[in-house]
Design a protein around this ligand. Structure first.
Ligand SMILES: [Zn+2]
Length: 305
């Protein structure tokens, strides 16, 4: 079993108007472009299960979706148009990357964003040979837990915290970032603890939070709304409204007469399927009043817009 730590750099159109005010007139196709972040560099380092480096990987990807390298990106990453001309196609690059990965190996990255972007780019190019994307470890999540932080650690803060010497000029290069991530990993590696953080099927994992809950229509067919004690359907008194990260409804159990709060968390898998996670809890009168007040407030807000 080996670990393959992946890091990517992207090009995108964020703030590009400042540099190219007429870019949409010049490239009318960009307005409808179905890709926010185009991968322009892939870096990776492979470690064995004693944390010994086995192989390094780095390649530029020749852009085909976004024709202009955003000067802001160029400044952050030091990547030039010249570098990209030498690049591989996305298909070639990702294929070469996948050669590093054997059955049972674990793919790692600092936060899941890079994995999401691999899938987004693959979808854009109609590339569907991602079956190597299976076992996965989010090193940001793992480090944040191991170092007992409440908020998600940035790679930079993790390096500082572990007193790893960093050459700031070398950050934001895909291979260097992968190597720095591996330095963090080495210091907090614990094969026993780690097992609890490995995701077996990242492609079908409910991972992506829905962005705009107030515009989302809940599929009631996927919701049970049962009393956790009696397993009978509850009589809904306040129907589902989005409150912060989830949908909440309130009702009463016709059998035991308890007040029941029902929460539904909706997540998307990388393959696009929506997964409902439902939690029913018996609550007391005070909690009930509290939540009914919140629901009414939310309801008014939703009607206003
Ligand atoms: Zn009941």
């Amino acid at each position: 079993m080996a670990f393959i730590i992946i890091d990517l750099e992207f090009n995108n159109l964020e703030g590009i108007h400042r540099y190219f005010p007429n870019i949409l007139e010049e490239y009318p196709g960009l307005e409808k472009l179905d890709l926010d972040n185009e991968i322009i560099e892939i870096g990776a380092i492979k470690l064995d299960n004693y944390m010994k480096p086995l192989e390094e990987f780095k390649t530029y990807i020749k852009p085909s979706a976004i024709p202009i390298l955003n000067p802001k990106i160029s400044e952050i990453t030091n990547i030039t148009e010249e570098d990209l001309k030498e690049g591989l196609t996305f298909q070639e690059g990702i294929e070469n990357l996948s050669k590093l990965i054997n059955e049972g190996d674990i793919i790692c990255s600092w936060a899941k964003d890079d994995i999401i972007e691999i899938i987004n780019n693959a979808m854009y190019y109609g590339y569907n040979n991602l079956n190597w994307l299976k076992n996965y470890l989010d090193l940001q999540e793992y480090s944040t837990k191991i170092l007992a932080k409440k908020k998600s650690l940035s790679l930079k803060n993790a390096l500082e915290e572990l007193k790893i010497k960093v050459d700031n000029n070398k950050l934001h290069d895909a291979l260097n970032d992968a190597i720095y991530t591996s330095e963090v990993f080495k210091r907090i590696y614990n094969s026993r603890v780690l097992k609890n953080y490995i995701i077996k099927d990242i492609y079908n994992m409910p991972a992506v939070d829905l962005k705009n809950l107030s515009e989302y229509l809940l599929d009631k067919q996927k919701i049970n709304s049962k009393c956790p004690k009696c397993q009978v359907n509850i009589d809904i008194e306040y129907d589902f409204v989005p409150i912060k990260w989830r949908f909440v409804s309130l009702g009463k159990c016709p059998r035991c007469n308890n007040k029941v709060m029902n929460e539904v968390i909706v997540k998307k898998t990388f393959s696009g399927e929506e997964v409902y996670n439902e939690i029913s809890t018996i609550i007391d009168e005070i909690e009930y009043i509290n939540f009914s007040y919140k629901i009414k407030k939310m309801d008014n807000k939703l009607i206003k817009y």
